[in-house]
Each structure stands twice: as C-alpha cells, then as structure tokens.
Design a protein around this ligand. Structure first.
Ligand code: PMP
Length: 427
C-alpha cells in the first residue's frame, strides 16, 4: 500500500504548526480525515500532494472568482513584483483601487485599504464607536466577521442579554457591549432598539450570510435594520467581505437596494492576495487618522503586488455578462444537485446567490443559525468524503458556503452533478 503524501505532510505539519494548519477550518476537524495539501491550481481545479485533481468549490474561500492562476492576474502580479514588493509610501495604484471600489459599490465615497477582512471589520467597528461615542454593538448569531475580540461572541443565555465569548482569551469585559441576536428576526432587533436605542453604536451584519452555510437575509430584515439605525443614529455596517463582488458586481447592497453607512470588503478585491477595505461616506471616513481621532494603520496596507492582483480581478469581473454567467453556473449546480438528491430520495436542497451557493441536508434552506444547525451533519460528512474521492472539493464543514468561478464551465458543473448522483445513491 502506498502512503499518501497528504498523510505524511499532515503528520509533519502538526509537529510545528498547531493542528497542522494556519486557519482552523482547513484541518478537516468537522468532517474528519486528512486535509489535502495543495501543490498547484488552474482554472476550476487544484491538485493535491498525491497529484490528484479536484474541482475546487472553495476558490480560496471566495477570492478566486475569475478562476485560479488567471494569466492576466499572474502577469499583473509578476510585473508589480518586478517594480518593487512594498514601499510604505503611497502609490497611484492605490488611488485606482479606491476609485474603482467607490464607483462599483453603491454606498462608498471613501475607502481605506487594509490586508484582511478581520482588519476591515475591526476598523469599521472602531470607527462606528468613535463616530457615535457609543459602546454597544449588535451582531447576529452565525455571522462571522473575522477574529477581533468584540466579534467573537455567541448569544447570551436569553434574548437581550449580552453575549458570551466564543474563544478562550477573550475577556468577558471585552464582549459585554456586544448584543447577539437571531439572523432574520425583525422582532428581536426592534426590541433591542426599543431597549438600548440610544446606546447602540452599530449593527454589523452579513447581508448574505456565508459563514453558517449560505443564508439570505430577508429584504424585510435588512430594510428594518436600515430604518432602525437611521432612526436611532446608529451606524449600519454591511460585512461584505464574502458577499461583496460575489453576489453581484455592487455586492449585496446593490442586490437589495439598501445602503449601509459602512462596508467591509475583502477576498475578491485582492484576487487571492491580501487586500481588504472598509469605507463609507466621506464625512464618516474623515474621522479616520490622519484626519480624525480614530486610529488605524498597516505596514503592508495597499501593498503594490496585492493591489495589482486585486485591480486586475476587478477589471475582469466588469466584463459584460460576467455575473449573469456566474449566477447561471451556481444555479445550474444547485438545481442539478437538488435533482440528483431527489432521485435518491435524500432530504437535501441547495440554493445560490450570484457566484455563492449553499448545500443543505434538510428539506428547506435554513433562515438562521439554529435552523442551519438542525441539518443532518453526519450525512454531509459522508457526502463530503465521497465527493472528495470523486475528485470534487467542497468546503470541509457543513457550516460553509461554496463558490464557483468564471472557469467552472457547464461541463465542470455537469461532471460534479454526475459524481453527486453516484454519491447520493450510496448515502
Ligand atoms: N467577514 C466575513 C463575512 C468573512 O467571511 C471573513 C472570512 N471568511 C472575514 C470577515 C474575515 O476575513 P479574513 O479571514 O480575511 O480576516
């Protein structure tokens, strides 16, 4: 029996890296088994250390929207690298990127570039608190906004009690201002504002949630958030790190026609390199240092190589028909998988928004965290591993959304559905 190189690498990795990985979900803890160590990627595919090819439905958790190693992106990165890796001084390319983001995302007048989604949401939160002079924040159970202390919080023991840390090392004191409510629950958010309206600095939400599988906000929910924030002088933050440039060119705010006060972006805008951003009105953003009193900074912010990857990606996704095709691809996958499951009598459904999709081992798509948790996770794990054997790589946890790229052709989607048909028959 030949030993898998993935097994050997995993064993080696665990000696010098906690859990063998540099970001927890990569470790396959939820689904069990050995993570695949990736050696290269191209278009809709990547290859592991044993040379096995997979159709990749993670796309680096969102960034790879034009497909892996797109020749134009690679060339732009090579050219930028040859001119210099980092300057710690401003460049024209950063202006180009800020202009592009402000033109494409409806609510943006000014942006600040940072290097990760965590930094973007953490800084937006600080700005919201700095601008309002208030401490309390509202988030929703199951929404992930990066790993800043105040945002690693789950719901408290009862409605309108403040939250509990979800990570060791986060002091209770740091989360005592964070109120955690149920996603898509209009009555709860109304009650929160009735109780604490003049103390709430901001409401932060994933307008299309992608960290509790895929869950769409109801238009009524987002509309009410907008109304309540405006009425009470609170800042509405859309965390579009995942759904920005993913569900539509202008993000979820374009899709729903609702403008937040602040937006956090990441993933796609870096095209696979570390670029993220937060922004809003010029007036609000003027409260940031060096103009205002809210401090935030970064050695590698607006890095020229990363910005080159991001700008080229932003150019490619503006091609006519790009989002129509991307949406049709994700919809084809969702419909095909649903039909294949039905043939095998499996309780399963799927949904898609733009280039993002959700797979659910339940009869209807969930509307919030509790409904998502009620899905059949054991069956997902079996499905995941059988699909992996078939050469199809879905996110290694039932709680994650999936992503297609412009390189996922109909043939690639149909091959995936054919594999799923074989797998559903075994479940
Ligand atoms: N917000 C959302 C909605 C995300 O999906 C993520 C990452 N998955 C983050 C913030 C954090 O981004 P990063 O991992 O780049 O820090």
């Amino acid at each position: 029996m030949t030993i898998s190189k993935n097994d050997l690498l995993f064993e080696r990795a665990q000696k010098t890296t906690p859990g063998g990985v540099n970001s927890p979900v990569r470790a396959f803890r939820s689904v069990g088994g050995t993570p695949r160590f990736i050696t290269r990627a191209e278009g809709p595919y990547f290859w592991d250390a044993d040379g096995k090819r997979y159709i990749d439905y993670i796309g680096s958790w969102g960034p790879a929207i034009v497909g892996h190693t797109h020749p134009e992106v690679v060339k732009a990165v090579q050219d930028a690298a040859a001119r210099g890796l980092s300057f710690g001084a401003p460049t024209e390319a950063e202006i180009d990127m800020a202009e592009a983001l402000c033109r494409l995302v409806p609510s943006l007048e000014q942006v600040r570039l940072v290097s990760s989604g965590t930094e973007a949401t953490m800084s937006a939160l600080r700005l919201a608190r700095g601008a309002t002079g208030r401490d309390k924040i509202v988030k929703f159970e199951g929404c992930y906004h990066g790993h800043a202390d105040a945002l690693l919080v789950k719901a408290g023991s009862g409605l309108l009690t403040f939250g509990n840390p979800t990570s060791a090392g986060v002091p209770e004191d740091f989360v005592k201002h964070t109120l955690v409510l149920d996603y898509n629950d209009v009555a709860q958010i109304e009650e929160a504002f009735a109780n604490f309206g003049d103390e709430i600095a901001c409401v932060i939400v994933e307008p299309v949630a992608g960290n509790m599988n895929l869950i769409k906000a109801s238009p009524a929910f987002l509309t009410r958030l907008r109304q309540l924030c405006t009425a009470h002088g609170a800042i509405l933050i859309f965390d579009e790190v995942m759904c920005g440039f993913r569900v539509a060119l202008g993000g979820a705010q374009e899709l729903y026609g609702i403008k937040p006060d602040l937006t956090a972006l990441g993933k796609v805008i870096g095209g696979g390199l570390p670029v993220a951003a937060f922004g809003g009105s010029a007036e609000l953003m003027s409260k940031m240092a060096p103009l205002g009193a809210v401090y935030q900074a970064g050695t590698l912010s607006g890095n020229p190589v990363a910005v080159a990857a991001g700008m080229t990606t932003l150019k490619l996704i503006q091609a006519p028909g790009f989002y129509e095709r991307l949406s049709a691809t994700a919809a084809r996958l969702a419909a095909g998988l649903t039909a294949a499951a039905k043939e095998a009598n499996i309780a399963f459904c799927a949904d898609a928004v733009g280039g993002m999709f959700g797979l659910y081992f339940s009869v209807t798509p969930p509307n919030n965290y509790a409904e998502m948790m009620a899905g059949d996770r054991e069956r997902f794990n079996l499905f995941f591993h059988h699909m992996l054997d078939e050469g199809v790589y879905f996110a290694p946890a039932a709680f994650e959304a999936g992503f297609v790229s412009a390189q996922h052709t109909d043939e690639v989607i149909d091959a995936t559905i054919a594999a799923a048909r074989r797998v559903f028959a075994k479940l």
